[in-house]
Ligand binder design. Sequence first.
Ligand code: AMP
Ligand code: ZN
Length: 504
Amino acid sequence: MTLPVDRESAVARVEALRAELEHHNRMYYALDAPEISDAAYDALSRELRELEASWPDLVDDDSPTQKVGQTSSAQFASVAHAVRMYSLDNAMDQDELDAWLARVRDAVGDRSCEFVCELKIDGSSLALTYENGALLRAATRGDGRTGENITANASVVRDVPTQLHNPELGSVEVRGEIYMPKASFARLNAEQEAVGAQPFANPRNAAAGSVRQKDPKITASRDLATFMYAIAEPRALGLGRQSDVLAWLRSAGFHVNPDVITCSDESGVREFCARAIERRESLPYEIDGVVVKLDSLALQDELGYTSKAPRWAIAFKFPPEEKTTVLREIRIQVGRTGALTPLAEFDPVTVAGSTIARATLHNEDEIHRKDVRVGDTIIVRKAGDVIPEVLGAILSLRPADAQLWRMPIECPSCGEPVWREDGEVAMRCVNAACPAQRLERLVHWAGRGSLDIDGMGYEIIARLVDQGELHDVSDFYSLGEAALATLDMGRMKQDGAPVVLGGV
Ligand code: AMP
Ligand code: ZN
């Protein structure tokens, strides 16, 4: 996304982004009812961080970028965390992961250092305190210093032991994630819909909503599960490594995710992260990344914490399938049959590993239904190798002068009036001689499924048409060498082979 260059627009954008993020924080943390995806939220949050980095005097302690989560709602008693619950810094791609690994390596120097890679479970943080082996209290993370007391609810979750296997210990606080398996989530949403209740946006919100019920019976009916991965004060138990913490948790009777590795170098970390992306779909619960932690607790202490997160851990986030960007133009494409299709042209963004800058908006009705206007901050999506899509606009970030978009009444290619036939959504140019239509027809004929002329793509055909060598399909058969010789054929195909027309 292109950042504003002048201070005035930077101030305006920072304020708009803060208000927007505060709103989504409330929807997410207090009401468990998010309106936008995590990826879209992350994109807005990142834009704000970048703006604050370029205009440091605009940084404010109250900014959503400086806070962890949200303070607790009045519905539950509050719990002061004796040991603060931190958030995690994110590595949004391989480069950011490498930068973190390099910083850690710098700090560690020649000493050996192991990393523990764990899956980042997409649930809700949970802190469980045991006194002499008996469950005393359960709390949410809240803002990291104060959480909510959810003991009544957590104690009905099957995975949460009320009694530890090794009860000789005094007080111990363990931490982890409470989540809803994918299958349970699907079942719950089907039930919600059957009774006309609002379905949950995702398993994480379903989990967060389920542990924050007034009635523990509802929590009990929700099929929640846990993976625990931390101890607030592991030294008190004589533990020196994260891998020992996990082993202790397992032996005490907690559910610990088995999908964990300890590796002695950076390449192992990179490989685990890359493989996790591929395994994501097939896991029975949602993950949104990998958490990489320094194994040695002594080294963890040395690296310490920033105001929000440990320096000794990083959350490697999967490539988001949604991003935000700015819609610059809605351009009309005239198709082979004369149908006019509006095309969104936006600031290039990398989504799911590839850069996209345009997406079809289908037709005018669709644009109005999605309520997108030129100048809007829009949410775009590309899942895997699926075609890019505009999901909608963030209305509070809409420029005051953004205009409702209207389909032109004339064809942008030939200038003839366009028509909408009865019962059709598409507007059409019905001029048989329309240059745009002719070009599309020629491209279609030369392409796969028709003549299949190797190398005869859009660009070459457009040039032959411009040069007057190509008027209609029959011209393909009589194209002489002279016509082709005038084209610059020095280009290579993507695989490096020279372009050969007609296979000769
Ligand atoms: P975020 O919510 O993006 O700030 O990420 C931090 C949160 O990730 C923590 O508060 C935990 O609730 C959650 N999390 C999920 N899995 C893990 C894990 N294996 N290790 C540490 N944190 C985790
Ligand atoms: Zn036309």
